[in-house]
Design a protein around this ligand. Structure first.
Ligand SMILES: NC(=O)c1ccc[n+]([C@@H]2O[C@H](COP(=O)([O-])OP(=O)(O)OC[C@H]3O[C@@H](n4cnc5c(N)ncnc54)[C@H](O)[C@@H]3O)[C@@H](O)[C@H]2O)c1
Ligand SMILES: [Zn+2]
Ligand SMILES: [Zn+2]
Length: 382
């Protein structure tokens, strides 16, 4: 089959690789019809992780079941399914509690959590390919309703970014009526904004410096704050009578930077801005990725996975912070049902639907956050 293979910093190629096979009785093989490029792929694409050359990218996958192992009961060939980016067994201590992002069976001993095509998240190949092997397929697969094919650019967002955006608001402790500030208007920040709207926020403020992305935030009723033109903290204060937002979401991660075009990385920028723009006793949900080590960082602290954090201010304000990968299965059924009912439409962020062969070019455009490249969906098989 054809697959998108990582060949070193800013190099991906389309290669012929062996077709995946059923390896365990609980496996399924899914023919991929939609697979997204994610901001998380870019950390790996830029060589800012230890993702191994020769591995296949792709953790946001949707398709049709092709074949199932003898122990698979819930899904059968022909079913449309969306796969969580997390790989999880369903029976370990963490999975039983719903913490599927921290499955104890999907990675090497001592590390919780697995994912398709992801650095440090187990050996699993990704789904930017024609076929994907899905372990623990009964537990993993989210079955889709009859409008699956027609709405696949919506449903594919249930693999990662829609649940992740929702998770950011949950981690922050958002409640209906809250004023919510979101740093990052990439796909994840936009999904956090979409989630906050659906959950009944009284206002949603989204901070970024890319006009196309901010425009998308405005298109769903959020207030756009361009931090290349104004101080985002001051603007949030002005919009909340000097109190600060009730809750805040970090949807950027360790490569956050000073405004474009300089884009000088400044890894404490979003966290410290959040502490300043969220109210006393407010909550902060951090889904943007931070890493334990970042040898490619521009400053000494960041190389060791540390940031200069306004801890005193955070403590004085009595804020709480929650972090981590999203437990996709905790939300993906409800989000699927919101899409089916027409109450959610996460595909509003999709700018490009391309063939698998076009992935190398798409990675380049998306990586530089080129104007108009907000979210890429690849369709292997055309
Ligand atoms: N926790 C999870 O489960 C999970 C899942 C998916 C993605 N992620 C992570 O979420 C983050 C965002 O993903 P994405 O796909 O939206 O990525 P993205 O890189 O496309 O978007 C990030 C956006 O943040 C903006 N930004 C940069 N510095 C900023 C700053 N100082 N203030 C405000 N905005 C700033 C950029 O201009 C960009 O538009 C990434 O770190 C990704 O790895 C986490
Ligand atoms: Zn993703
Ligand atoms: Zn598990």
């Amino acid at each position: 089959m054809k697959a998108v293979v990582y060949r070193g910093p800013r190099q991906v190629t389309i290669e012929n690789v062996p077709d995946p096979k059923i390896e365990r009785p609980t496996d399924a093989i899914v023919r991929i019809t939609s697979t997204n490029i994610c901001g998380s792929d870019l950390h790996m694409y830029e060589g800012r992780t230890d993702f191994e050359q020769g591995r296949i990218f792709g953790h946001e996958n949707l398709g049709v079941v092709q074949e199932v192992g003898p122990a698979v009961e819930r899904i059968k060939p022909g079913d449309w399914v969306c796969l969580p980016f997390n790989i999880s067994c369903g029976h370990c201590k963490n999975c039983e509690r719903g913490l599927t992002a921290f499955c104890l069976s999907a990675n090497q001993p001592g590390i919780a959590g697995g994912a398709f095509g992801f650095a440090d998240m187990g050996p699993w190949p990704g789904g930017q390919a024609e076929y994907l092997r899905v372990p623990w397929a009964d537990f993993m697969s989210l079955k889709l309703p009859p409008d699956a094919e027609q709405k696949q650019t919506d449903y594919v967002m249930c693999a990662d970014i829609f649940p992740t955006g929702w998770h950011a608001t949950e981690l922050a402790g958002m409640r209906p009526g809250d004023a919510v500030v979101i740093y990052g208007s990439g796909p994840v920040g936009l999904m956090a904004a979409h989630s906050a709207m659906i959950k009944g926020a009284r206002s949603v403020m989204v901070v970024d410096c890319h006009p196309d992305r901010l425009k998308l935030a405005e298109s769903i009723g959020a207030i756009a704050i361009d931090y290349s033109k104004e101080d985002p903290v001051q603007r949030v204060m002005d919009l909340t009578h000097g109190m600060g937002a009730d809750v805040g979401c970090e949807c950027v991660g360790y490569q956050c930077h000073d405004p474009a075009p300089q884009r000088h990385e400044n890894p404490n920028l979003t966290m410290n801005n959040l502490v300043s723009s969220v109210k006393f006793t407010g909550g902060i949900g951090v889904v943007g990725v931070f890493v334990p080590e970042d040898p490619g960082a521009q400053d000494e602290l960041a190389k060791k996975g540390k940031i200069a954090f306004d801890w005193g201010k955070c403590w004085f304000k009595g804020q709480h912070i929650a972090t981590g990968q999203c437990n996709v299965k905790a939300y993906n059924r409800q989000l699927r049902d919101l899409i089916h009912a027409g109450r959610a439409k996460p595909s509003f962020i999709v700018s490009h639907e391309l063939k698998l062969d076009e992935a190398p070019d798409a990675y380049q455009h998306f990586d530089v956050r080129e104007h108009g490249w907000t979210k890429v969906v690849l369709h292997p098989g055309g």
